[in-house]
Write a protein of this length. Structure first.
Lengths: 581, 699
């Protein structure tokens, strides 16, 4: 007989699942070696049911919101009934459910006696994954094998025994020893998840647990449907572009999105988007789905739990062959980085229907992954320089954008390195890391402020891989409802011999000599609403704090501030503002 | 006869607990005096003296220890009323404080605001200087630049200066030089120097902690100066101890130097108080809640151990000092009701505090507060609030609620008042959920130890919200933390960064031994200065360890012996074991090197804790304590009913009564809802149980 479902019990179960995935995440944060994992938090932990449906997950950065479920389903399909207690399975392959080559997942099955009941899984961005270029970002790649070692579902432990041969095969093809340690840390995280889930099984019993989980899925689905129902029915279109395919200068790839809202269901249709590119500016299906989901989650109640119920009312149409769902064997490492353009299209599509929920454009990030030798310890090092790439987010109704938040893929979940830890770990000597004046797009609610970074490279044999966007005028974070765009991104290298160069947005810069000065600006977010409606007192505060210059206050905001005394001139301000209308 | 006194200054009330050598206690509550909180302290001590048929001087001559908790620093940060603070940073890095490493705690909420920076950008002044990661001096301090900055601070009436330079944890030379200049030019400013406050690697955390320390330093120094002067004038010669966030106490001179150690101290004595009143029961795990006039604090105690974390945050700024894990929200008797943009009723976090206080205090308050709602609903007596010392004005409460809430929302007076109570109960339940459910514990498995003057009126409502079936209201619940303070030890925490491979070199090991000896000497000096002999000093050593290449550390307890003998093998083994327990694996077999980042010392001075007195058993009957009846709003009936009111001071061990009822004592009122039961135990705790539990137990 089916017992009555106690909503409090469901809520407690949901919070417990959340705390288990949180503990798994803590394990990764605390034990991994690569700063991409423990400082930038580029990983996700989750629990899945026997069929691979998401029970709960904690994505430390939103772009991994949909990164594990398709891979889990693939693992289950592939191994069928050949899954046993003590197995540990690795997976990264983007053509069988993976989202990015560097993101390697560890799956651990959880059994109740002899019955498979659930999976604990951790997926993290590895510091290296083989392929032609250390770090995995290879703008010169034209197919997947030039990017990475492909790992389709592979058992590294079988019934609790390490398969040393398989293990060695994998790590013989990966450059950095820390990757092996980080995979061990991920296995540790999955073990923590398994222990937590076993405690739940003991507490509730399997049948009761199943009932509660069903109730949880249903309640989540109801909440999402309720949110969708609140959006007026209709077809909403949004468009945006990604810039430079890494092969041909001046290229521009269009994202074409039609959102159909009908009652409690929603369809996202990417048909008509640009075809896949020759280079690595392509997304696997999972990466585009993640980008879509994370943006959608920003438009609804942030308290809704993250489980399979959230996906039920959503349909995605993303035909194969476009740069948002590239065909085998395309190079795709840039795929996660197309999240910026994808979310731009989504915000633009919803601007009419949900004007108070959408934001103006976020800074499109530009990253620079460096690798080389650290002469202090005579060992290799690699770093993605998260501290220098975090620009501002877009303003929204009733709130300025967030300063120095970084790419929308991560939405403030990614941390800039602490300066002291940065210098202890990398052979870099920091000169500057501060907010960048006049970087934020002006608006009634301005964009978030960007940052400027300078340091001297003291590593040897240093190679930098630029990957990102936002350098062109047109690629700046867009303004909304009268708001102005944010500032551009830029990376500049000043060599010791006095020459200088700018990095392209997709490029390998080889042979950077020791003593080179690295300078980067990460732009601000777009403004929301007419800047002439921003209260002059708020503009004055930004000027006093040197976030907005006196000149920009006049030109962009119509606010007259005396450059010496920082006094606001109400009369001149009224005149400036009056002149516009 | 020697007395010990616990004094807990809250936003609204200042609580006093007097205990004599035999364990007999007396309780007093005084309205706080926010402008100078020491005034209320002295007034309260005078009242305590009167209660002991003495005058203040004669009474104080017999007091051996005053343990004092204060929220002056916490309130200053939460309300943005910190000292005017300036920050000197290394040139090029003046935004670390405000950036908070670029985190947005709510990733999907695009309206989530960052907190206001404690020091605005225009008062964060960069100076030219630089130390490298290995401690090498790269650029000597630009002394003239520091002088210019100090002049600028003087021009801006800066009261406190924080100095935090890059890598000062490894070499503090430039920082010290800058501090000397600032001290010379600004002799009256409170100076907070990162290498003294927390010589620990990580620039943002050190900056934030140093700035918090500066921002509250002058406030605490001013306050303690006032207090000690007043006590000295009354010829007090006993010890004065100040409560700290780590759950221990220290002398005023020590906390004045490190004012930030008091930032989370307000509720830090609650777990100790909870443990004392739960000694009777098998549950060594419970939730404490303390609802005062301004704030609501809650903590989880598991297996008799309150949770302490190595770092915490205040108003979303990092505070890298060991602190009790306590969740605090703005909810209390003084919480103001308001209507938000969406037309929803909200409660707090703004509070009417002690001055002007709730509308019903009739001291000029016009905002409707939680206390006003409780009065309108009949839960509080107009005559008997704070033992009858504050007469409550029902008319004023009705006018405030009607005008600001009931009319705009189109509700009746009692509907509005009842809504206010419900909303604040849900807020408080959510705060408890954060420390229980969200950490994977079901609150229904824990009893709720309920304290604070306003707490016992709300406890049953909160418990119902969470499914908690048992509530323990301690006899001295209204002064819960003051009671806990008399049961805490002296405690000082020390840390030194000493990054190296553990056992990698003799020089490295020598450095660790030297730094540990340095901390130990400092700790022994501090405790000796507080009158604690060696026999009562307890030293707990810890090392922050990690595998080579990891970014985060595991804090491992190590024995003094293994440190003295440099027995790194034993230390490594403990680390492997702890790493495995926490994170599911260890790298013992692989022989991975273990790195040391920080050495820590937690030094305690054990104090004497008298046993709690036990009450003789009385019969069950409560008739002699029945004061009368009055109409009170019952949410089950959605209307007022006449319900019995008992005098809590005449109830004791063995008494049992059935809800609905109100139990009034001098400083608190307990609401026993319909079909709940109240029963007094041998320590005088009032234990409330929900109907369901009793059924389950008898079945």
């Amino acid at each position: 007989m089916k017992r009555k479902i106690d909503p409090i019990e469901v809520a407690v179960l949901q919070r417990r699942l959340k705390s288990i995935t949180g503990e798994m995440g803590l394990t990764l944060l605390r034990t991994t070696r690569s700063p991409i994992l423990n400082e930038a938090r580029d990983f996700v932990t989750g629990l899945y049911d026997a069929r691979g449906r998401m029970l709960e997950q904690t994505e430390y950065i939103p772009v991994l919101a949909f990164a594990l479920q398709p891979a889990c389903e693939n693992v289950i399909r592939f191994f069928g009934d050949d899954i046993h207690p003590g197995d540990v399975i690795l997976h990264n392959d983007v053509f069988s459910g993976g989202n990015q080559n560097n993101d390697v997942a560890v799956f651990k099955p959880i059994f109740d006696g002899k019955t498979l009941v659930a999976w604990a899984a951790c997926k993290g961005h590895q510091a290296d994954i083989g392929g032609a270029v250390q770090g995995g970002y290879n703008p010169e790649a034209r197919e997947v094998w030039q990017e990475a070692l492909r790992i389709p579902a592979v058992k590294v432990y079988e019934r609790g025994r390490l398969r040393r041969d398989v293990w060695n095969l994998i790590f013989a093809n990966i450059r950095l020893g820390i990757v092996e340690e980080d995979i061990k840390a991920q296995i540790g995280g999955a073990t923590v998840g398994e222990r937590g889930f076993q405690a739940l099984l003991k507490r509730f019993g399997r049948r009761r647990l199943d009932q509660l989980l069903d109730a949880l899925f249903d309640s989540t689905e109801r909440r999402v449907r309720h949110e969708i129902a609140a959006i007026p029915d209709g077809i909403y279109r949004g468009e945006s572009h990604a810039f430079y395919d890494g092969v041909t200068d001046g290229t521009k790839m269009k994202i074409n999105l039609a959102v159909t809202v009908k009652g409690e269901a929603i369809t996202f249709d990417f048909s008509g988007s640009a075809p896949q590119t020759a280079g690595f500016v392509n997304a696997p299906y999972s990466a585009t789905a993640s980008a879509l989901l994370l943006t959608f989650l920003m438009l609804i109640d942030p308290d809704i739990p993250h489980n399979a119920g959230i996906l039920r009312p959503i349909r995605i149409v993303n035909p194969e062959g476009s740069f948002l769902n590239a065909r085998f064997p395309a190079a795709t490492t840039f795929g996660n980085s197309i999240t910026g353009p994808t979310s731009d299209a989504i915000f633009r599509a919803f601007a009419e229907a949900l004007p108070r929920m959408v934001t103006a454009g976020w800074n499109r990030f530009l990253g620079f992954a460096v690798s080389g030798n650290d002469p202090r310890h005579r060992r290799p090092y690699v770093d993605i320089l998260f501290l220098s790439l975090k620009g501002g987010s877009g303003g929204t109704w009733s709130a300025d954008g967030y300063d120095h938040i970084g790419l929308i893929n991560c939405a403030g979940g990614i941390l800039a390195q602490d300066y002291e830890m940065f210098e202890i770990h990398d052979p870099h000597f920091l000169l500057k890391h501060e907010y960048l004046q006049d970087s934020a797009g002006a608006g009634r609610w301005r964009g978030g402020v960007g940052v400027e970074t300078e340091f001297e490279i003291r590593g040897e044999n240093v190679t930098g891989v630029a990957f990102g966007d936002g350098v062109e005028e047109e690629a700046r974070a867009f303004g909304l409802f009268g708001g102005k765009p944010g500032s551009r991104n830029e990376i500049r290298l000043d060599y010791p011999d006095g020459t200088a160069r700018f990095a392209k947005t997709k490029e390998i810069v080889r042979g950077i000599p020791r003593g080179t000065r690295f300078s980067q600006t990460a732009g601000g977010g777009g403004g929301y609403g007419d800047p002439f409606e921003r209260p002059p007192g708020e503009v004055l505060a930004d000027v006093k704090n040197e976030l907005v210059s006196v000149a920009a206050a006049r030109k962009d905001y119509g606010v007259w501030i005396d450059p010496q005394s920082f006094a606001l001139d109400a009369g001149k301000t009224a005149a400036l503002r009056g002149a516009k209308t | 006869m020697r007395y010990r006194v616990g004094v807990d200054v809250g936003g609204t009330f200042t609580d006093f607990l007097l205990m004599d050598a035999g364990g007999r206690t007396a309780v007093h509550k005084e309205l706080s005096s926010p402008a100078d909180p020491s005034e209320a302290v002295l007034r309260g001590l005078t009242e305590l003296a009167r209660g002991e048929a003495s005058n203040l001087e004669a009474f104080l001559a017999r007091v051996s220890i005053i343990v004092h908790g204060t929220t002056v620093t916490t309130n200053a940060v939460l309300t943005g009323k910190t000292a005017r603070t300036g920050l000197l940073t290394t040139r090029g890095f003046r935004d670390a404080l405000q950036m908070r490493r670029g985190i947005r705690e709510e990733m999907y909420d695009n309206r989530y605001h960052p907190p206001e920076p404690i020091v605005p950008r225009w008062l964060r002044l960069p100076v030219t200087e630089r130390v490298a990661a290995d401690g090498a001096l790269v650029t000597p301090l630009d002394a003239a630049g520091v002088e210019r900055a100090a002049q600028r601070f003087l021009g801006e009436d800066i009261e406190a200066v924080a100095v935090c330079f890059l890598h000062a944890h490894a070499n503090a030379k430039n920082e010290r030089a800058a501090a000397r200049i600032v001290r010379r030019l600004m002799p009256h400013a409170y100076l907070s120097v990162s290498s003294e406050v927390i010589p620990q690697v990580r620039y943002y955390e050190r900056t934030s902690t140093t700035v918090l320390n500066a921002a509250v330093g002058p406030i605490l120094a001013r306050y303690l100066g006032n207090l000690t002067a007043k006590l000295a004038a009354a010829r007090y010669r006993g010890a004065l101890l100040i409560m700290q966030s780590n759950g221990g106490v220290a002398v005023p001179a020590a906390v004045s130097r490190l004012a930030a150690t008091t930032l989370l101290s307000g509720p830090a004595a609650a777990p100790a108080a909870g443990l004392a009143c739960m000694t009777l029961y098998h549950d060594k795990s419970f939730v404490t809640m303390d609802m005062g006039g301004t704030s609501f604090d809650t903590a989880l105690v598991r297996d008799g151990e309150p949770a302490v974390s190595a770092s915490a945050s205040v108003n979303r700024y990092a505070l890298a000092l060991p602190s009790m894990e306590i969740n605090t929200i703005g909810a209390g008797g003084g919480s103001i009701a308001w209507i938000d943009q969406g037309g929803l009723l909200r409660m707090g976090p703004a509070s009417a505090g002690a001055d002007p206080g709730p509308a019903c205090y009739a001291r000029g308050g016009i905002e409707p507060t939680c206390t006003d709602a409780n009065l309108v609903l009949g839960y509080l007596s107009t005559e008997y609030f704070a033992g009858g010392r504050i007469r409550l004005d029902t008319g004023a409460a009705q006018r405030a609620i009607t005008g600001r809430i009931a009319k705009p929302l189109g509700l009746s007076l009692e509907q509005a008042a009842h809504g206010m109570v419900q909303v604040i109960n849900v807020n408080m339940a959510a705060a408890i959920r954060e420390i229980s459910v969200q950490k994977g514990y079901d609150p229904r498995e824990f009893p709720l130890v309920c304290a604070g003057g306003a707490g016992p009126l709300h406890a049953a409502g909160i418990a119902a919200e969470l499914g908690i079936a048992r509530i323990v209201v301690p006899r001295d619940s209204s002064i819960f933390c003051a009671a806990g303070m008399l049961r805490t030890d002296l405690r000082h925490d020390y840390v030194r960064s000493c990054a190296q491979t553990l056992g990698g070199s003799a020089a490295g090991s020598g450095r660790v031994r030297r730094l540990v000896r340095e901390m130990l000497a400092e700790a022994r000096r501090a405790l000796a200065g507080e009158g604690i002999p060696r026999a009562r000093q307890r030293m707990r050593f810890q090392l922050d360890l990690r595998y080579t290449g990891q970014y985060h550390e595991v804090t491992v307890d190590v024995s003094a012996q293994s440190l003295a003998a440099v027995n790194w093998k034993a230390v490594r083994e403990r680390f492997h074991a702890q790493h495995d327990r926490l994170y599911g694996y260890a790298l013992r077999a692989e022989g991975t090197a273990v790195e040391l980042l920080n050495a820590r010392l937690s030094a305690s001075g054990v104090t004497h804790k008298p046993a709690l007195p036990r009450e003789p058993r009385r019969g069950r009957g409560c008739a002699r304590a029945l004061k009368g009846k009055r109409p009170a709003y019952l949410s089950e009936r959605k209307d007022y009913r006449e319900i019995p009111v008992f005098d809590g001071d005449r109830l004791g061990h063995g008494n049992r009564l059935q809800g609905p009822a109100i139990i009034e004592s001098a400083n608190t009122s307990i609401l026993v809802p319909v079909s709940w039961r109240a029963e007094y135990d041998v320590l005088g705790n009032c234990v409330l149980s929900a109907p369901a539990v009793r059924k389950r137990r008898s079945a």
